[in-house]
Design a protein around this ligand. Structure first.
Ligand code: PNS
Length: 183
């Protein structure tokens, strides 16, 4: 019997893969997922286990956050993968990869990645979506930096992620020292 592909059922409809590190997931990512659901019947959020990239959260922690955030959205499936994205996509019924674009500076990297993926699998397309204006400045990298330095990231990531960031960066609660000209 042929092995069932990820997310496969009789009325599966159009499936898209939204791959990324999601370290951690932000409202920018969530906005892309929600808008993708206007076009596709199912979206698989595919969390990359990238050995080259040092991540703050383990892949299991990232997966758990994504699963919790989308627990009431049955047409969003969260999964993780190792190795080439095209090999992962081949195990699913998706033909489209979704990527969010924040600025023209993202474009070069994304263009190379999409071209490489298409040369590896000519049946695959990458669909780029412009990030909503409210999240143009939001990236997992800056979220981590701000959180590590004790800044507020509420409103940019879900509350669950805010809590997980606070747990990760067990920052000592320092008494604020007033800066005085005599110091
Ligand atoms: O959120 P990110 O870190 O920008 O996502 C990048 C990601 C995970 C989509 C990309 O690194 C990827 O696809 N990695 C899997 C390995 C792979 O297929 N590499 C070849 C693409 S050029």
């Amino acid at each position: 019997m042929e092995k069932k592909k990820k997310g496969e059922d009789k009325n599966m409809g159009k499936v898209a893969i939204y791959p990324g590190s999601f370290d951690p997931i932000t409202y920018g990512h969530i906005d892309i997922v929600e808008r993708s659901l206007e076009i596709f019947d199912k979206v698989i959020i595919a969390i990359a286990e990238n050995a080259d990239k040092r991540s703050l959260f383990s892949v299991q922690e990232r997966l758990q956050m994504v699963k919790t955030i989308f627990k009431d959205t049955p047409n969003v499936l969260a999964d993780n993968f190792k190795g080439l994205l095209v090999d992962y996509v081949a195990k699913t019924n998706a033909k489209v990869i979704i990527r969010g674009l924040r600025a023209t500076s993202d474009f070069e990297y994304e263009f190379h990645m999409a071209s490489m993926n298409r040369s590896l699998n000519t049946h695959l397309d990458t669909l780029f979506m412009m990030t909503s204006k409210d999240y143009f400045f939001v990236s997992s990298r800056t979220i981590k930096e701000v959180a590590r330095l004790g800044g507020g990231v509420e409103g940019l990531v879900p509350d669950l992620v805010v809590r997980r960031l606070k747990e990760k960066f067990k920052l000592p609660v320092k008494k604020k020292k007033q800066i005085s000209w005599d110091d």
